[in-house]
Design a protein around this ligand. Structure first.
Ligand SMILES: Cc1cc2nc3c(=O)[nH]c(=O)nc-3n(C[C@H](O)[C@H](O)[C@H](O)COP(=O)(O)OP(=O)(O)OC[C@H]3O[C@@H](n4cnc5c(N)ncnc54)[C@H](O)[C@@H]3O)c2cc1C
Length: 285
């Protein structure tokens, strides 16, 4: 079958590609190697109105070693990685690239396209997760580095700019301005009316690393946001924290801070998700 007709745009730079996509909106898609997208177009499982071709952007296909890390341009073909002496130093990369489909697919398909497609059967995400890879993304507001684990959200779904109806807040409790916080909480919500569709909650300074309070997130997801559900989430966040006593306070004092910060940050995040402009300043002793 032939694809439905579409408008073709050739981007000359990454910035231009981002800008064209921003102007054209949901009806537009990037075209990289076309090894996932073109079959979908031909089957008419996807029918974008516009394709923005990335293949003519200089400097997007490279493999380089810098500061002890390997960097791949998004448009680097599977075959280039297969034959790269640098990539061969990390056998999992060579094994992965060399095993993807056949020569034709490897000569066209790109590492960036494979990760962006987030096909659950795709090889790259699986191999790169073992190396704790990070994906650098360019958007209208600049670049973001997203750990691959967080970049792939679900089958065929990658991390995005927070959707409409999202709001977040980050609050810390500090003894004074020039010192590190005693505890902090970051809350990001997506709301549909009073219902919390999605929640991400992270706690700082109350463990040896930042803590993702997944039970607290579960306590909010799919629920009506009210004092009761927010309190349940805050208590789950307290249980997820593992603070050490130090000059900033006892462990129990920090757990109490977690409860207060998560409650307050959740309330602010919800109001922001509803479009209110709310100041959310850090709290000081
Ligand atoms: C016959 C066949 C067999 C295959 N077998 C395997 C296999 O064994 N293992 C495997 O892993 N894969 C396999 N593939 C898929 C192949 O690896 C693809 O190359 C890859 O999935 C997508 O890369 P692409 O460059 O072709 O992307 P495209 O098909 O051009 O794009 C895929 C998607 O990603 C988006 N996209 C592309 N690049 C970017 C970017 N830089 N930024 C943001 N979005 C972007 C596009 O808009 C599109 O939605 C096979 C494909 C075919 C046709």
């Amino acid at each position: 079958m032939y694809p439905r007709s579409f408008h073709y745009h050739r981007a000359g730079s990454l910035k231009e590609a981002v800008s064209i996509l921003g102007q054209l909106g949901e009806g537009a898609k990037f075209l990289a190697g076309g090894q996932s997208l073109i079959p979908l177009l031909k089957l008419r499982f996807a029918s974008p109105e516009h394709l923005v071709d990335l293949n003519f952007i200089p400097g997007t296909s490279f493999i380089k070693e810098e500061s002890g890390a390997l960097h791949f341009g998004a448009m680097t073909r599977h075959a280039e990685i297969e034959h790269s002496a640098l990539a061969r130093k990390i056998p999992v990369l060579h094994d992965c690239a060399a095993g993807i489909a056949d020569v034709q697919v490897r000569n066209r398909g790109t590492i960036g396209g494979s990760l962006a497609e987030a096909d659950p059967s795709g090889d790259w995400a699986n191999a790169l997760i073992t190396l704790d890879a990070t994906v650098r993304c360019l958007g209208p507001d600049g670049t973001r580095a997203i750990p691959l684990r967080d970049f792939i959200k679900d089958a065929y779904t990658t991390a995005k700019i927070p959707p409409r109806g999202s709001g977040g807040a980050y609050l810390a409790f500090k003894r004074s301005a020039p010192v590190y916080p005693s505890a902090s909480a970051a809350v990001q919500l997506t709301m549909a009316g009073d219902v919390c569709e999605d929640a991400a909650i992270a706690l700082g300074c109350v463990g040896l690393t930042a803590i993702r309070a997944t039970e607290a997130e579960t306590a909010l997801r799919g629920k009506n946001l009210n004092d009761k559900t927010i309190s349940t989430a805050a208590e789950a966040a307290r249980a997820a924290s593992d603070p050490q006593p130090d000059m900033r306070g006892s462990a129990e004092y920090k757990r109490q801070l977690v409860v207060a910060l998560v409650k307050r940050a959740t309330q602010i995040a919800a109001r922001r998700a509803h479009g209110e402009r709310v100041e959310g300043a850090h709290l000081y002793a």
